[in-house]
Design a protein around this ligand. Structure first.
Ligand code: URA
Length: 233
């Protein structure tokens, strides 16, 4: 692959920063300074140092975003509310996309990646990957909670059994293993309640980092990626 692309993919530089740095003589490949941004290197074996730092090639990127309200989970360029607008330009050269959808008013854990195959596997209905949401709702009683947990017949599908933990009649957490359109809102509507706020706090074994304010993101750690890969069966 091209040397400037390798540098950009490492996450430290944009493609144009990488080009400038290479031309200035700031990058060495296997100990030799290379000043041609288009020089071809083998990303699997080359040792690339830039400004004294040895860079590893990151094939895929995984980000955890704390999605704020009034943002959409689309990748459309023209959508000014897209969560993709919260990321810096270094990611624009990669085909990053949100791993799954949250409604415009749902907040919390949203993964963003360019690893299409793993994302596809995690989102596949076959995988029953767990997601927990913290919610506030119009009051529900024990009967309604039992119905939610047992599975609710909706117009186009019946929800799978799930776990609901209420802290009081208007607050709780629900863990589901599927992700149909407006699913949780529709389930609560079906038992005579309404969801008022919804925040995703776990996804496929990962927990929303409490250190991330709404709208903030960070790279997943290697351990978190390992957890995802376990769910990637
Ligand atoms: N269920 C919903 O109703 N909305 C979401 O955003 C996620 C799950």
């Amino acid at each position: 692959m091209r040397l400037d692309k390798f540098l950009a993919d490492s996450g430290y530089y944009t493609r144009s920063e990488a080009g400038r740095l290479i031309r200035r003589g700031g990058v060495a490949v296997n100990g030799t300074v290379v000043k041609d941004p288009s020089a071809k290197i083998d990303e699997n074996t080359a040792s690339v140092t830039a400004e004294g730092r040895t860079l590893g090639y990151m094939k895929f990127r995984w980000l955890m975003l704390n999605k704020p309200e009034d943002t959409t989970s689309t990748t459309e360029e023209g959508d000014s509310k897209s969560v993709m607008k919260l990321l810096p330009p270094e990611f624009s050269g990669r085909d990053m996309f949100p791993c799954g959808r949250l409604d415009i008013d749902t907040t919390g854990l949203l993964l963003i990646t360019d690893d299409g195959q793993t994302a596809h596997n995690l989102l596949s209905p076959k995988h029953h990957c767990e997601k927990t949401y913290r919610f506030t709702c119009l009051p529900v009683d024990e009967d309604a909670v039992a119905k939610l947990e047992g599975g609710i017949e909706l117009s186009d599908f019946t929800s799978r059994p799930c776990k609901v933990n209420m802290t009081d009649p208007e607050h709780g957490e629900i863990t589901v293993t599927e992700g149909k359109y407006h699913q949780i809102k529709r389930m609560f509507h079906a038992v005579g309640s309404e969801i008022l706020t919804l925040e995703r706090i776990t996804f496929a074994g990962l927990e929303l980092d409490p250190g991330l304010a709404r709208g903030e993101w960070r790279e997943l750690t290697d351990d978190e990626i390992a957890v995802l890969m376990k769910h990637n069966g």
